[in-house]
Design a protein around this ligand. Sequence first.
Ligand code: UDX
Length: 446
Amino acid sequence: MKKITVIGTGYVGLVSGTCFSEIGHQVICCDIDQNKIEQLKQMKMPIYEPGLEDLVRKNVHDGRLTFTSDVSVAIQHSEIIFIAVGTPMSETGEADLTYVKAAAKMIGENLNDYKIVVTKSTVPVGTSRIVRQIISKHAFTSVSFDVASNPEFLREGSAISDCMNMDRAVIGASSDMAAKIIEEIHEPFHTKVLITDLESAEMIKYAANAFLATKISFINAIANVCELVGGDIVKVAEGMGLDSRIGNKFLRAGIGYGGSCFPKDTLALHHLARVAGYDFSIIQSVIDTNDKQKTIVIDKLLKALGDVEGNAISVLGLTFKPNTDDLRYAPSLSIIPILLNKGAKVKVFDPIALDGVKRYFGASVTYHDDVYDALHDSDACLVLTEWEEIVGLDLDKAKSIMKEPIIIDGRNCFDLEIMNSRGFHYQSIGRPAVGEERIGNLAVTN
Ligand code: UDX
């Protein structure tokens, strides 16, 4: 059992701190945001994440997990300090290290004994060394310390199980002893451990996210070509994925990736390479492909309706993926303004994120927490997130309440034959359109 302090109670900090307590460590999660800490003490989670609240409750109850806004005391208390603060995207695309640097300064000022300072936030290569310099500069004593990089690979929506059953732990450390201690912390996870130098550990996180983003943009580009030359992207991806060198994951075509990591990390890696003198053009193409892919459903909608002015358009699913309330870089935030600009009456449905989205669209759209209310009397519907409520839609009921049975599906949620037999006009991504003739003179064919 180790004493661990986690600075930052965002996604990464709160989930990993909770999981470290679950495997037996004594964990303090701290944050300068007093309000957040007060809420956490009352068991109110700052994020929607399945299973998180139960695990927090259990470990707080068992005395292994505590919360405080007194960051100084939390730092002094533990031997191992994880920095898990945000590294948002700055205007130039590079990672903004303001919060990481502020955390390092506080650690320096409170360095009362040997500590290992582990960066968990996603940071550019070289950051651990900057953290080391800042700590040394602000330390009043000559107490020794180590720095390390231990990136987090969890996905929103399945963060707890990703953390408890991690594929691997990557540890880069400034000394063998520090690497060994961090490895020991991970033992109860029974996972593969890769020990590297500091820079490699930092690069692994960026490279992994950029590679996954590349897979998504690649399959989306193939889907777009399939639409022009024939083929069904679902079958194409299945056939590609059977090659064990490629693998079947992250080959779902759709309206592109969003969320807190891929958009930010691809840009940050591109920036990092450019500053170092390398034009990482593959990553630029991945970013450009993704930007275009986000609004592809608008072209399909216009193909079906000709014009959306005055039409009621239901937008189903607002978050960047299901099982999260996160709207960061969600395609819905790019698509809805275009619909509004074109004069459409927009009706939105999301099972979790309606309150969050009100901040962006106010009274310019109508909000529905029932998917059928959102579909009622609509001229067409756009599917943007594959929530269970949407994938499991009662299609007959949907058809009976829509003014026109037109579904433009950005997530390939429905079977083509079923959509055909139910009489829908249905366009998805990288698959043949269904029922185009059914919208008669409304259709603008190319
Ligand atoms: C991602 C990484 O998976 C995780 O390892 C890292 O730590 C943080 O970033 P997350 O953003 O939570 O996690 O979600 P993920 O499930 O990876 O999906 C990201 C985006 O890609 C979503 O918008 C999703 O819809 C999209 N996606 C994913 C696809 O379009 N197709 C796919 O095949 C997979």
